[in-house]
Design a protein around this ligand. Sequence first.
Ligand code: ZN
Ligand code: ZN
Length: 337
Amino acid sequence: MEGDGEYNDGHRAFVQAFMARGTMTLQEAKPVLASILTVQEGEPVDAVQITQEIFDSYLSAAQEALSRLDYDIKNTMHQVTKKRVWAIVNTTSDAMTQLATVHSAEEIAFVKRVLDAMFDKYNSPRLEAMFLDSMQYHKCCRAPAAAPAAEAMDDEGEENQPQQSQQLRGLKSSEAEAMMQSMVNQGWFERSAKGFFSLSPRALMELRSWLTDTYNDPDAEPGEWQRIKFCEACKDIVTVGQRCAERDCNVRLHDHCEEAFWRTKREKKCPKCATPWDGKHFVGERAVTETEAYRRSKGHRGSRAGRSSGLMEQIMAPDEEEEEEEEQEEQEQLEDE
Ligand SMILES: [Zn+2]
Ligand SMILES: [Zn+2]
């Protein structure tokens, strides 16, 4: 096979370590590559000697080897730590399909409801949170009677089986907790210091087109508000970052992208609608934690989990109009039962 002369045990060991983790930063790669090189060179190599260049050479060897197995290596900047993250992504099946191979239909339907909450319910022009606290994901336990989640995912041309989807009962609290933990352990979700759940960089890379297909309106007019939005600078999805102060404008920027972006601009104004960019309109946790209501309550009541959960819901709760629609839907579902 071509390339075999260069592809050696060291590369193989690196691919194995990478696959076991799913993602890697330079910092995480350093000790791994140091041990590999120590064996190969027969003398101690220290982690501090591992440069981005060495890492890159192993990444490109791994990429070539993995491409034969329908995997690719992609990278993105972590929106919070601002460290570059490399991930092994499947090029033939999306993350939801992959999850379905190791989780039950109930668990997958729960994850779909969690994603709906992140990207639909708690992601509106008024407030783009795109994360959930534990009270909010517990609300996703119960399967709706008609189980639209199962239908929405089933677009592979297989017939929907209403009987089967009606049997979905949802997850118990403890099962939902275990599933969320499992999603964190597998690298799909991340749990922040404040205990909020959001999609990991790996999930954002793997689910990029799935999220767009699922939550954006393909028939929207150009410039119309969409749920999934991309950074004006790097074009990756923004779930944590800054937004245009104009409520219906789609322009978003990552915190780690803004400096270089504004350096090339004459004025700090939205490139689409020319609204002055104040850097104080946020996407993600800060959309909630920077609100007056959140700060006031933290000052007065401390951060007791139960109370802050109720508060989160108060701040993040969809607009009244949206809520009415939902109540109506629930009512209809009850009548169907
Ligand atoms: Zn960006
Ligand atoms: Zn704008």
